[in-house]
Design a protein. Structure first.
Lengths: 248, 280
């Protein structure tokens, strides 16, 4: 047997695929094989527990460990970095807990905050030094860690309470979906629930629309307050360290 | 790449772990170098790169990897090597090390340090992979002896014979993990002194010290205990053979307060002092 075949079989055996790996290594190595299989699963389970700490705190050890076991069975790691492991764990949770959608949304928050933690750096625009900008044509480039998603549950309130060590509120479905933005400002990973107007403006800006076009759309929706709304949104983006550059 | 030298360095260091970042960033600590896990800093940005930059301003840094998978039968991951090279250009490390093991093959990565059979085929493959990595990284590697929990019936040489031939063929150096020698010796029933006598000591550039735990049937390389007496004794025997060499305490679980690790490092200093002028 070639080394390649041996490694392929050993890797499959680690993943609990029924292969007689003992015939490759000898019956005397049963105890050693058990050490490797345990280490493989324990490493991945530990990685999920660390990455999804708030989700773990919400559903408890037993439910989390069972979900982690199922995830490890269904999703063997591929990337060279362990930091990539668990990317689809929220989907595993969504399937296991279809009646508790806050669990998968909490997991999404855990994952995206972890990604923002060591995502690409970017300098941000200083609101006090904006200089001459043609705002009608202004195009925004956002920090690379920014991501958004609409959520149906109060996962944000749950995450904050768990993070503060407080008793979380009961899980609940929101009256209407809200969009959360996640990003990193300096070394601080953050997330924030957006009002519908800001969520829409951010989606337009991310799609490449100019600030002038965004203002026109907001005015079209609310002729009396559209311009003020656009100004307030822009101030928030600048203050939050969301904008990496403004071009045209 | 064969024959390329490393800048001589001798000192006593610690494996830098996140729980101790604040102390290392706040005040100078009495260590001659730190070793970091390369993969923790092979990231796009954020606090990890800030930490490694600040640490590097104060200490020489050794990069120690767990994911090169130097024994993978389908070769090395070029994206991994590219990222490691970028980190090395940023950190300017004392050296780069990884383990004599494989972590995955094809599209699977176990993220564990898996054992190799010590065969001629494995020798050819490991040497080709080391040569490739050294070419990409433009420096010789340090390869660490693993702890292992099984042996392959097809092996035709001992681990120390494998290491010696590997060094001779590739020009790589060794990171000698004394705890791993002890763990594997107890698990497989070989004489750790025969291991020390068989390793080419002139290629050893760093020593790891760590603790282990007793499993159901085998010793497990857990890095969650202080260095035990048998490992200290083996360390002295290694120092007698290698002379002055960079030594580091590696702790990855149940990590104690920094002063405890520094006190343990002082033990290493005292034990090694008697053999500083010994020749390999």
């Amino acid at each position: 047997m070639s080394l390649f075949e041996l490694q392929k079989d050993f890797g499959a055996w680690l993943r609990a695929i029924p292969i007689d790996v003992e015939s490759h290594v000898g019956r005397a190595n049963t105890a050693g094989l058990a050490v490797y299989r345990h280490a493989y699963r324990a490493q991945l389970a530990g990685c999920l527990r660390e990455t999804y700490a708030k989700t773990l705190a919400w559903i408890g050890d037993d439910a989390f460990d069972k979900a982690a076991d199922a995830h490890i069975d269904a999703h063997p790691p591929h990337a060279w970095t362990l930091g990539e492991y668990g990317r689809e764990f929220d989907q595993t949770l969504a399937k296991r807990f279809p009646d508790d959608p806050e669990i998968a949304e909490l997991a999404w928050l855990d994952w995206r905050l972890r990604c923002a933690f060591d995502g690409a750096d970017a300098s941000t625009v200083d609101a006090a030094a904006l200089g001459d900008i043609d705002w009608d044509r202004a195009l925004f480039r956002f920090v690379p860690t920014l991501c958004t998603r609409a959520v149906l549950t109060n996962c944000a309130a749950l995450w904050h309470a768990l993070n503060a060590g407080e008793t979380p509120p009961p899980a609940g479905i929101l009256a209407f979906p809200i969009v959360i933005r996640i990003w990193r400002n300096g070394f601080s990973t953050r997330f924030r629930s957006m009002e519908p107007g800001e969520a829409q403006a951010l989606a337009w800006a991310l799609a490449g629309e100019s600030f002038g076009d965004i203002c026109a759309r907001l005015v079209g929706e609310d002729a009396g307050n559209g311009v003020q709304t656009a100004g307030a949104i822009l101030r928030d983006w600048l203050a939050d360290g969301l904008i990496a550059s403004i071009g045209s | 790449m064969t024959g390329q030298a490393l800048t001589p360095f001798h000192g006593f260091g610690l494996g830098l772990r996140p729980v101790h970042y604040p102390e290392f960033l706040a005040d100078p600590q009495p260590v001659d170098f730190v070793e970091v896990i390369s993969e923790n800093f092979m990231v796009e940005g954020g606090r990890p790169l800030h930490v490694i930059d600040r640490v590097r301003e104060r200490y020489p840094v050794a990069l120690h990897g767990v994911s090169m998978s130097i024994g993978s039968a389908d070769g090395l991951n070029d994206d991994y090597l590219r990222r490691l090279r970028q980190l090395a250009e940023r950190v300017r490390p004392l050296w780069i090390s990884d383990h004599l093991c494989w972590t995955g093959v094809e599209d699977f990565n176990s993220h564990d340090l898996l054992p190799l059979p010590y065969t001629d085929e494995a020798m050819d493959l490991v040497c080709a992979n080391i040569t490739h990595a050294q070419d990409v990284l433009e420096r010789p590697l340090l390869i660490e002896n693993p702890s292992s929990y099984l042996t392959f019936p097809g092996s035709c040489m001992t681990e120390w014979e494998f290491l010696a031939r590997m060094c001779q063929r590739t020009g790589c150096f060794l990171l000698l993990d004394v705890n791993n020698i002890y763990v594997s010796a107890m698990n497989h029933g070989f004489d750790p002194l025969a291991y020390l006598d068989g390793v080419p000591m002139d290629r050893v550039r760093q020593i790891h010290l760590a603790g282990h735990s007793q499993g159901n049937d085998l010793l497990i390389d857990t890095h969650d205990q202080p260095v035990p007496d048998p490992v200290w004794a083996l360390y002295e025997l290694a120092c007698r053979r290698v002379g002055a060499v960079a030594t580091m305490i590696e702790r990855d679980d149940r990590i104690p307060p920094l002063p405890e690790l520094l006190a343990e490092l002082d033990i290493a200093r005292r034990r090694a002092a008697r053999f500083e002028h010994a020749a390999a």
